[in-house]
Design a protein around this ligand. Structure first.
Ligand code: NAD
Length: 315
């Protein structure tokens, strides 16, 4: 049966490396700072906010959350983002989704200081990433490829060689996960196939997933992919986080987009939900915050993630 990839272990490693970076910055009298912006009372947004708040505190990173009322005027939300851009204690800014309907996501993203835009949602940063010269790599797709890179190295293979002969199939095409994952796959030399809800409607989705050597699924559709939709030996990364609710409407547990118990019987390796990509994503957001603070100090931006692996060096 498949290797179940332990995201918490990788997250712990990254957290320890980050602690060393924060200490190094302290020697330069610099403390990185993260600001989040949350509008309204979305449960998942607040749950995520609490997780990054806790992590920032544990790492000694300054943290501030701007909580905006659900009926905030767009101009006021833009002003808050502008104020954070000018605040020297803030190195990185995260705007949580969903935003209320009267606030345009695009308008808020354009109000970000591009040097503090740690999720690369400002058009300039999204463009740099698409060109293969990222200033920041958004935390979720960065975590997906960190997991893949690490797993390949730990299983004794050369990631660059593996990617070059792999079909990487990405299911889901959102601006924050699917699209940047496509770019990261291409930058690694893989043959990348992008599928979305249209592929499903047209009945072609599973023809593509069956060809995947590496399958990355980020749709928010619980159990979309099961064993019959993948080939033997696939490496499957599950980004989805879907609540399973009981008849009283309470969330009893979380599941991914893979039908885990069946895919695990065919795959070479698979990520669980929870405990796969999610824990790495949380740390990666703080890592990007530290990168922003280092850059502001003109320190070397990153050490190489893995010795000898120079795939997308800017993160
Ligand atoms: P999104 O809703 O913005 O985008 C979903 C994408 O999936 C779209 O491109 C859509 O066309 C596609 N899709 C929908 N139904 C499909 C189907 N039946 N077949 C094929 N494609 C289909 O979602 P998102 O922000 O990319 O998030 C996706 C999932 O990942 C959600 O469950 C979310 O909670 C989760 N997520 C996890 C993390 C993490 O750290 N693990 C981070 C962000 C999002």
């Amino acid at each position: 049966s498949a290797h179940v990839l332990d995201g918490r272990r990788y997250a712990k490693e990254l957290r320890e490396a980050l602690l060393a970076d924060v200490r190094e910055l302290a020697e330069h009298a610099t403390r990185p700072g993260l600001a989040t912006v949350v509008a309204g009372d979305s449960y998942p947004a607040h749950a995520y906010e609490r997780r990054v708040r806790t992590l920032a505190r544990q790492l000694g990173i300054h943290y501030v959350c701007e909580e905006l009322p659900a009926d905030v005027a767009e101009a006021d939300a833009i002003a808050v983002v502008g104020k954070l851009g000018a605040d020297p204690r803030v190195s990185g800014i995260l705007i949580l989704r969903p935003l209320p309907p009267q606030v345009s996501e695009a308008a808020l993203y354009r109000a970000l200081d591009p040097l503090k835009d740690i999720e690369a949602v400002h058009p300039v940063n999204a463009g740099l990433l698409a060109l293969g010269r990222p200033r920041f790599v958004p935390s979720t797709p960065a975590s997906v490829f960190h997991l893949l890179d690490r797993y390949l190295v730990e299983s004794g293979r050369d990631p660059a060689a593996v990617y070059q002969r792999s079909n990487v199939v990405v299911v889901g095409r959102s601006a924050n996960v699917g699209k940047p994952a496509i770019t990261l796959g291409m930058e690694r030399g893989a043959t990348v196939i992008s599928c979305d809800a249209h592929s499903y409607s047209s009945g072609l989705l599973y023809e593509h997933t069956k060809r995947a050597d590496v399958l990355i699924v980020a749709t928010g559709v619980a159990g979309l992919i099961s064993a019959e939709h993948v080939k033997d030996g696939v490496i499957a990364i599950d980004v989805g986080i879907n609540p399973v609710v009981n008849p009283n409407g309470e969330t009893v547990r979380l599941v991914g987009d893979l039908d885990f118990s069946s895919v695990v019987t065919r795959a070479e390796a698979v990520t669980p939900v929870p405990g796969g990509v999610g824990p790495i994503t949380d740390v990666w957001l703080l890592r990007n915050t530290v990168t922003a603070a280092r850059r502001a100090l003109s320190m070397a931006i990153t050490r190489p993630l893995l010795e000898g692996l120079n795939l997308l060096t800017a993160y």
